[in-house]
Design a protein around this ligand. Structure first.
Ligand code: ADP
Ligand code: MG
Length: 267
């Protein structure tokens, strides 16, 4: 059996608020292989963000086992987890989570500063990312001087600057209009086409329909997983846009490139 990139077994997450308990995740099992493109869907409060935070090592389960790339990460110290997170995982959030006082370029560079990458290499990588994401003329702008689409592109550039294996996006289009949101999804799909594993939490059925696999959550559990009942161990996927199957409309242009048409069409 091939190793999964993400392997969750019997994950429990309980939040205690005073006397009451919220069971956010219940004995949850999930395997995601390298290169997959997964949409996590379900009603508000069903545990989607809790799941993503655990996969992203931003939160710890109360019980259960998490293996990332075959390694048990539940037993790591916070420092060790931070190191794994920094090297292997990129996050994109609904509300961007950029540092308000820092320029676009400095926000993008931040993960490399924290990882101790030399200034010269940082500058090179930031310049490339600004170019790739159509932000060259916005390098010195602070987040409040950028549009929503530009902010999310800065966030994606920051999330990918360390070349992570896994991108986790929690409702990345939630604060964007449809056209800008679609562009953001295409950027993420382009990364997936280059081999990055992509997990998107979304309410949006149109976005969910684009993913190759859908995991439906309800009340802290997985109610349905399109990978179950079909092939539970999907083979490595062809580039987006080719042979995606009836449930996954071809993603068209945008796939297969880290260099989107610079700055065009993004609000
Ligand atoms: P979703 O992202 O699907 O909307 P969440 O994962 O954010 O759902 O939340 C799942 C449940 O856990 C909800 O009932 C929510 O109120 C609760 N919850 C999430 N985070 C916390 C927290 N830090 N403290 C207390 N309860 C929480
Ligand atoms: Mg959420």
């Amino acid at each position: 059996m091939p190793n999964a990139l993400v392997e969750l077994g019997g994950i429990e997450r309980v939040f205690r608020l005073g006397d009451s308990e919220v069971h956010a995740l219940r004995t949850l099992d999930l395997r995601i292989h390298a290169g997959e493109y997964v949409a996590v869907m379900g009603p508000s409060g069903s545990g989607k963000s809790t799941l993503l935070n655990i996969v992203g090592l931003l939160d710890r389960p109360n019980d259960g086992r998490y293996r990332l790339e075959g390694r048990d990460v539940t037993t790591l110290s916070p420092e060790e987890q931070a190191q794994v997170r920094s090297r292997r995982i990129g996050f994109v959030f609904q509300s961007f989570h950029l540092v308000p006082r820092m320029t676009a370029a400095d926000n993008i560079a931040l993960p490399m500063v924290l990882a101790g990458i030399a200034p010269r290499e940082r500058a090179e990588r930031v310049a490339r990312a600004l170019q790739d994401y159509g932000l060259r003329d916005r390098a010195d702008h602070k987040p409040d001087e950028l549009s929503g689409g530009q902010r999310q592109r800065v966030a994606i550039a920051r999330a990918t600057i360390m070349l992570p294996a896994l991108i986790l996006a929690d409702e990345p289009t939630g604060n964007l209009d449809r056209a800008t949101g679609d562009e953001v999804v295409r950027l993420l799909e382009g990364l997936n086409a280059r081999g990055v594993t992509l997990i998107i939490v979304t309410h949006d059925p149109q976005i969910g329909a684009r993913a190759r696999r859908r995991v439906m959550m309800e009340d802290g559990a997985i109610r349905h997983d399109t990978a179950m009942g079909a092939d539970p161990h999907p083979s490595p996927l062809p580039p987006a846009g080719g042979g995606a199957g009836p449930l996954s409309p071809a993603t068209g242009e945008g796939a297969g490139s880290l260099s989107p048409p610079a700055g065009r069409g993004l609000g």
